[in-house]
Design a binder for this molecule. Structure first.
Ligand SMILES: Cc1cc2nc3c(=O)[nH]c(=O)nc-3n(C[C@H](O)[C@H](O)[C@H](O)COP(=O)(O)OP(=O)(O)OC[C@H]3O[C@@H](n4cnc5c(N)ncnc54)[C@H](O)[C@@H]3O)c2cc1C
Ligand SMILES: *[C@@H]1O[C@H](CO)[C@@H](O)[C@H](O)[C@H]1NC(C)=O
Length: 435
């Protein structure tokens, strides 16, 4: 196990293509690992924060991500072990917990675990490959120039590489700077209150609140315009709830904004008592506005075509998609494959333009899948509280089709066609917008 037994592909280029990855989140780590595996030279991964905390709460990684990580030599069992072990998840009625549908947990996100724990494993995988992660390195400027774009760090240092990958998250600085377009968050009309904590021994013993704390389990309570996700991990040691509700306020778009527990208690007044107790007893939570970005017409810088966005910076997902991290992993695989299929360094532009072309429809489908689920849960179920019988199929998560996909195989299969199209566009100097 580990770096000693790990062998990347031989480089397809001599000398190898050099890359810098901006952002050491799950997307940036995946990009570094994928490029390294395909024989490219990752000079470094930069992150503006000085150290990572155990941030966020539940995050899912699907089989579509695991199959790529596995090919890249990542020990995916390290993730699976710390993910939720429940076989099934249950979708329930908001007011009384009545079972509306049961389906295998693998139908949704695959293994749901703590984002911070998953992130730790990804960071370890990067380090095992000897790829430097430079913390406290904030990128403040981009120069979109050939043959190597240049980035400037806050301390004034300048770095350059054959390709720059901006995996700098939903509030990406690269997006407005590189693409030269305004970039306003679009409210989804919803916000989440979310809490992740270790229940006390008393709470675990209290029969009025411990029903969903005994072992790993995932349940959803759905009601008109609202739903609650419950995720119990590590055999009851860790507990997470997320309430999505209509939001007309102006909570800032932040991962760290504290939530008002009085407001939460108001929201759960009508909730199934079997889960309401522990929510009411929760000490603190976060208030997390769910923002979108409109789909982007391009993910690649206009002049050198050598700065490419990846992950949340270009395809952020709703929580109901359960695919944000998995799609970032797919994008990493696709980009690494495209870079390996070009013959010469001058052709990086063909690889990046093929990458956005290959990835855009897939990420849109995955994004809208999450919107569809939210709309079904919040809308269809307006009838549920009127005692209407609900067809389980109406409320089931429909993600299974996402998991059979292999983003690398897809890129290889479609490469020749897409390459021909983008080469023509590059020659004509007119890149067709993605949307
Ligand atoms: C704090 C936090 C909590 C989250 N919690 C959840 C959760 O609970 N559930 C869930 O499903 N998803 C959560 N997400 C989103 C999830 O991590 C992503 O959808 C997915 O992992 C893909 O992310 P990414 O790597 O593209 O971007 P991110 O995970 O956002 O990572 C971007 C990274 O880029 C760094 N960065 C940004 N700007 C610069 C710059 N100018 N210079 C250098 N570095 C920069 C940031 O510090 C960050 O580490 C969270 C994200 C964050 C950042
Ligand atoms: C999971 O659900 C299936 C039906 O989808 C059922 O047959 C099985 O018994 C369930 N497993 C557990 C442990 O509840």
């Amino acid at each position: 196990m580990g770096s000693t037994s790990y062998q990347p592909f031989p480089t397809p280029h001599d000398p190898p293509l050099t890359a810098i990855v901006i952002g050491a989140g799950l997307g940036g780590c995946a990009a570094a690992i994928a490029l390294h595996h395909h024989g490219h030279k990752v000079l470094c991964v930069l992150d503006k924060v000085h150290e990572f905390g155990r941030l966020g709460d539940s995050l899912g990684l699907g089989e579509n991500a695991f199959k790529l990580l596995d090919k890249w030599g990542c020990e995916v069992d390290e993730i699976k072990r710390i993910g939720n072990q429940a076989p099934n998840m249950t979708i329930r009625r908001w007011k009384d917990g009545k079972e509306l549908a049961v389906q295998p947990l693998m139908d949704m996100a695959g293994y749901i675990g703590h984002r911070g724990d998953y992130h730790d494993v990804f960071l370890k995988w990067v380090r095992r490959r000897g790829i430097p992660i430079r913390m406290g390195s904030e990128v403040v400027a981009y120069e979109d120039v050939d043959p190597q774009p240049i980035i400037t760090l806050k301390n004034g240092e300048k770095l350059e590489a054959d390709i720059i990958i901006a995996a700098d998250g939903i509030k990406s600085l690269a997006r407005p700077l590189v693409l030269g377009m305004r970039d306003d968050p679009v409210s989804s009309g919803y916000a989440c209150f979310r809490a992740f904590f270790k229940p006390t021994p008393e709470q675990r013993k209290d029969p009025t609140i411990n029903k969903y704390m005994q072992s790993d389990c995932v349940n959803f309570w759905i009601g008109p315009d609202t739903h609650l996700v419950q995720n119990t991990l590590r055999n009851g040691e860790e507990f997470n709830w997320i309430i999505t509700h209509k939001d007309d306020g102006d909570v800032p778009e932040s991962w760290f904004q504290p939530g008002d527990m009085d407001e939460v208690r108001r929201l759960v007044q009508t909730l199934d008592p079997d889960i309401r107790g522990i929510v009411e007893q929760t000490e603190k939570c976060l208030d997390w506005k769910i923002c979108y970005r409109e789909p982007l017409p391009t993910w690649v810088s206009p002049l050198s075509h050598r700065i490419a966005l990846l992950g949340d910076s270009c395809h952020a997902h709703l929580p109901t998609s359960a695919q944000g991290a998995s799609q970032a992993v797919e994008s990493a695989g696709c980009l690494a494959v495209c870079l390996g299929l070009i013959d010469r360094k001058e052709d990086v532009r063909i690889a990046t333009r093929a990458y956005e072309r290959l990835r855009f429809p897939r990420t849109r489908a995955s994004q809208t899948n999450g919107e569809d689920l939210r709309n079904r849960w919040h809308g269809v179920l307006k009838g549920v509280d009127e005692e209407r019988e609900v067809d389980p199929e109406e409320v089931k998560i429909r993600n299974a089709w996402l998991y059979t996909f292999d983003a690398e195989e897809d890129a290889k299969t479609r490469w020749e066609d897409v390459r021909a199209v983008v080469e023509d566009e590059l020659k004509a100097g007119r890149i067709r917008p993605l949307c």
